[in-house]
Design a protein around this ligand. Sequence first.
Ligand SMILES: [Zn+2]
Length: 298
Amino acid sequence: MALELKQLGENTWVIPGHVNIGYYEENGKGYLIDTGLDDDQGRRVLKLLSEERAAPLRAIVNTHSNADHIGANAFIQKRTNCEVWATHVEGAMTEYPSLEPVLLWAAWPFKQIRGKFIEAKPSKVTYIESEGRIMDTYLKAVPLPGHYLDMIGVTTPDDVFFLADSLFDPKILEKYRFSVMLDIASAHKTFDMIENARASWFVPCHATPTKDIHELVAQNRAGQSWITERVYQAIEGTEGISREDALSKIGMAEGLDMDAAHLLLNLVSVNAHLTYLSEQDRIEPFVKDCRLLWRVKL
Ligand SMILES: [Zn+2]
């Protein structure tokens, strides 16, 4: 499918796709907000920009370091010599993307979890703060805690709010059931913040751009609460259950299919909800027979 630029503001566009990529111009220079998965995507984005827009690309602003957002950085940076701007922790992951599978496995990773969906090619980063004006432009960074380590949204002066992976399309939530959220309490605070934000357009990376964000926020709030309660139910009525067994219970009941990488990503989600439930004092961890188990707190 050919890529296209859809104009959302006077100087702001979106390139719709598996990952919605933002494009913005200021003072005759172009800026990308995220880049997509791989070299092929990078090539297609550059072709589109050279055909439709003449402005030289100054920088890529990365919302966070997941491979589907930074995977085309290396190709684009090599071709255009543009800068890559990212917040400190996300920038470190962008410069050293082998940390991504290490984060998943908590040790040096095996090859099945080092594919391009997990581990991007490295790119050279210039670090930015997670709040306020981005460098000397009129773009602004907005912290969006929850999904990843130090993810930001980006607002433009012509009133577009790029929301990164703070919200997912309900079809994705329905199909995969789990979505990566490292910190559920923060994700809920981010939902509240977005619900009260004003913009002409809201652009989540994995949902259709919209002028009214309320329904999508409600669907995502419900989606995360659904996982919280399913994890709680998997624990309830047992003497103690491991995170793997909790995932297996839910996954089998929902008919989910997963490979090693996908299973570990789903475990990240289960882990986050275990932390969230323990923060609410509803469950507690204990070790029995050399296994870390979780039980309902009486
Ligand atoms: Zn993503």
